[in-house]
Design a protein around this ligand. Sequence first.
Ligand SMILES: Nc1ncnc2c1ncn2[C@@H]1O[C@H](COP(=O)(O)OP(=O)(O)OP(=O)(O)O)[C@@H](O)[C@H]1O
Ligand SMILES: [Mg+2]
Length: 240
Amino acid sequence: MRAPDSGLPLQFEHTRVEAGNRRILDIEALTIASGAPTAVVGPNGSGKTTLLRIGMGLLKPTAGRVTWGGRENAAATRRAFLFQRPVMLMRSAASNIDYALASADVPRAVRKRKISELLALVGLSDFEARPARHLSGGEQQRLALARALARDPELLLLDEPTASLDPAAAKAVEDILREVAGRGIKIVVTTHDLGTARRLAGDVVLLHRGRVIEHTLSGIFFTQPKTEEARRFQAGDLLI
Ligand SMILES: Nc1ncnc2c1ncn2[C@@H]1O[C@H](COP(=O)(O)OP(=O)(O)OP(=O)(O)O)[C@@H](O)[C@H]1O
Ligand SMILES: [Mg+2]
């Protein structure tokens, strides 16, 4: 159970996004509830990143509603977004996290302890003093995760966090996400890797051309997909 002031569920109602005269997102109804991670899958250009940006409040829908804590245009508090290619400040790993903590108004007196906790959580305790931009791609991704968690989010939105990582680095990120989810933080993750979705997610949203084709429990999605699109997507066929 979440606290009574919880922002969850995140709800999309008749949410449309248009760019130029193209409709790039058209969500009739989608509820992101608390619990196990939600994976958002779909071909390139299906609207995954747009859905996350709308969910974070970084982008306003052209029509319809997105509500967080029952409110439209809610402040982004307690939500954090991990970009596909995170940009680190030209500082040490620790001070990248410190900056995020300071931005979240965490008092100076507790920041040092928080930095150590977050670095330990993402397996970077020994990298504290290293320049963040000299870390490997996988290490930077984990540091970005720690930085996002510094905001103490209730909802963490991640855009393809394992896309450019090798299997071992991807597994390290997955393990951290599992740990984070175990602490009660709701995770929504876009991915092209159905293995990641299968291992991590409690429910799966399949997007195609900006629409939700299927949203179901992961166990059902992978064993008894309801739609032809979901079957074809899982078989690796092109969806057109
Ligand atoms: N600002 C924009 N202006 C015009 N078109 C846009 C804009 N943002 C996204 N699009 C288009 O909207 C569609 C959905 O884009 P989006 O980035 O959400 O897809 P995606 O599922 O994340 O794709 P990928 O798997 O390649 O990351 C694409 O056709 C994209 O070109
Ligand atoms: Mg994308």
